[in-house]
Write a protein that binds this ligand. Structure first.
Ligand SMILES: *Cc1c(COP(=O)(O)O)cnc(C)c1O
Length: 370
């Protein structure tokens, strides 16, 4: 029975491999008996949560015997205000991961297809595979999305295109003009999912897409964003999508009731108001990126230019060995073999001391250079 039960599962599920998360700090402490561990593995905000979140959660806890507001009225209104959209265009999820999954479940089925890029965030592959739709993986260009080739991969069967901007784990991004040209080529019956999980880290010189302007122009665009990264709430699980009202209505039909808990709702609302925290996070990230890239250069290592709060670094040898060696020194980074990047390790940008710990460990592992 135990083995036979696999044959009973849906074909898409049978062939899935579970998502591999970054190694938790406590796990490495248990395994190696280490006290001090630095985790730069999951692109979390190294600042810790905003103080406003602390207070909001304390208050929300008082009502934790009640179900949360399943419609997320207050948070949706706060977001709608900030983004100048209608609340009916917003769908809340248990992380944007849940939203990505909902989108796939609403629009994909066997016979349909979905397009995404090589090296793109792996949740797209998982969601497409589970749905039984055909995955069209388009070769990357300079580690980034080849939007021209992606548009060419779309045909009548294509229900979804997933774009990550910036992409995780490469950090690559595309500019407004490129996305505008792309949208023009995509037929109405193909929805474009623009995953902006790291958009708060964007710098002006990057010419990131004005995605909200494109949303007003293209009813087949869905933007997803999250409170997990710059907003510092990865553990509470809140993300959202922005779309036209009809798409939001469809997502809402499949969305599990109470998918965002009351602490998460309160925390996200508070975090949204604390723009000083976002400014601080951006500044820490900017400094950390400089510190890391300067250190990597000294070590003679190269990296992929990144618009996120992480960088993928090319190792001098098999990345898996460097990953293990770093673990033994109490530094957790992220191997990205499953992204077809066996030579890279993804390193989240941490606080100064954390970045230093990574650079120091790398220097020790690489040994004296002549
Ligand atoms: C982290 C991440 C997400 C989703 O994170 P949630 O915590 O589920 O909101 C989505 N897309 C990309 C590219 C990410 O790196």
């Amino acid at each position: 029975m135990n083995d036979d039960v696999y044959t009973l599962a849906n074909a898409g599920v049978r062939s899935l491999n579970p998502y591999q998360a970054g190694k938790p700090i406590a796990e490495l402490q248990r395994e190696l008996g280490l006290q001090s561990v630095v985790k730069l593995a999951s692109n979390e905000n190294p600042l810790g949560p905003s103080e406003a979140v602390d207070e909001a959660c304390r208050q929300a806890l008082q009502d934790s015997h009640r179900y949360p507001d399943s419609n997320g009225f207050a948070l949706k209104n706060a977001l709608a205000d900030k983004l100048q959209l209608q609340p009916q265009q917003i769908t809340l999820g248990c992380g944007s991961n849940e939203i990505l999954d909902l989108i796939a479940r609403v629009f994909l089925a066997p016979g349909g297809s979905a397009v995404y890029s090589q090296h793109a965030f792996i949740v797209y592959a998982l969601a497409v595979q589970a749905s039984g739709a055909e995955a069209r993986v388009v070769a990357a260009r300079d580690w980034g999305h080849d939007l021209t080739a992606m548009a060419a991969a779309v045909d009548d069967s294509t229900r979804l295109v997933f774009l990550a901007n910036p992409n995780n784990p490469t950090g690559s991004w595309f500019e407004h003009a490129a996305l505008a040209a792309f949208m023009q080529q995509i037929p109405q019956q193909t929805l474009v999912v623009l995953d902006e999980a790291y958009i708060e880290y964007a710098e002006d010189w990057m010419n990131m897409p004005d995605s909200l302007a494109l949303l007003a122009q293209y009813p087949n665009l869905i933007i997803t964003r999250t409170f997990s990264k710059a907003y510092g709430l990865a553990g509470l699980r809140v993300g959202y999508s922005l779309s036209n009202v009809a798409i939001a209505d469809l997502l809402n039909r499949l969305r599990p009731p109470f998918n965002v808990n009351s602490l998460a709702l309160a925390a996200a609302e508070a975090a949204l108001q604390d723009q000083a925290y976002i400014a601080r996070s951006r500044e820490i990230n900017r400094q950390g990126l400089q510190q890391l890239t300067a250190g990597l250069q000294q070590l003679g290592l190269s990296w992929i230019p990144s618009a996120g709060n992480f960088i993928s670094v090319e190792m001098p040898g098999p990345a898996a060995e460097y990953y293990q060696a770093l673990l033994r020194k109490g530094v957790i980074v992220r191997p990205v073999e499953v992204y077809q990047m066996p030579e890279h390790l993804r390193v989240s940008i941490g606080l100064t001391a954390e970045n230093e710990a990574f650079l120091q460990a790398m220097a020790e592992i690489m040994g004296p250079t002549s």
